[in-house]
Design a protein around this ligand. Sequence first.
Ligand code: ZN
Length: 323
Amino acid sequence: MADVIIGVDIGGTSVVAAVVAAADGRVLSRDTMPTEAQRGPEDGMRRIGDLIARVAAQAGLPVDHALGIGIGCTGPIDSVRGRIQNPYTLPTWDDMPVVDALVERFGRPALLLHDCAVAALGEQWVGAGQGARHLLYITVGTGIGGGIIVGGRLYRGVGLLAGEVGHQVIDLNGPACYCGARGCWEMLAAAPALSKLAAGRAEPDGLMLRLAGGDREKITPRIVSEAAAQGDAVAKALWEQEARYLGIGVANLMNVLAPEVVVMGGGIMQGWESLAPVFLETIRARGAMVPFDQIRVVPAGLGLNAGVIGAARGLAAHLRGEL
Ligand SMILES: [Zn+2]
């Protein structure tokens, strides 16, 4: 039987596990469960283990046949110690020793990575950036996160903490960020920032408010995008500003890293079609030091399987001594 790796993707809402072919990233079996972190860390680690056992059984092999277990998790995490450290979206799972628990239960090597690092690895392996040696992955959703691949390897930095692209400062006088700075990219262009701006600016008789059922707090980026597409002037201005903010942040990173490919993922990027003109033009205009025509900027390609595929890829790299 061909080599397989178990990939696990832990998010605030659900956990996905899959058996992934080590040769080509094919997903051989896949299952999911609600995260329900509030049930406690012991319960969580047991259920993650049960989920892994279940996908292995679905693929018709025991877990100890797998080369190992790769885990991607919404941050913060401690990749050095293999611990989840996220009391924000995974309540009670602070300092949860997920790697130790799985190694003990299954006797296979395991590795914990940030979900953005994992997505970068997956997209570079078999996704939108397939084969690129220098790749930047950026996700724009509840926050803005990144994964950096340099020379075919994940760039990790001191403490394995590299990739916090969302905290580059775009506006010195911008809104305060939880990291302590002001005007971070994330505070200007992540989904909550756009929703908040839209809530403040939506006109009483405008389309955005109508689409949100009259409740300003319910205006989502999707509603802004929808209203913009239908010609609402306020929504259009907000959506264009979103594209411009995204372009400025990407151009900054592009000038530093000169990647071959920039892969854009996350909920906001589902609006790729309508963001792309202003987004790409902003990058082109600001990429003076690094020629834009040598860099591909593309939407992510792996969708909901990016996490499990990338986690498997990370474990493979770990076994080769590269991570
Ligand atoms: Zn910040």
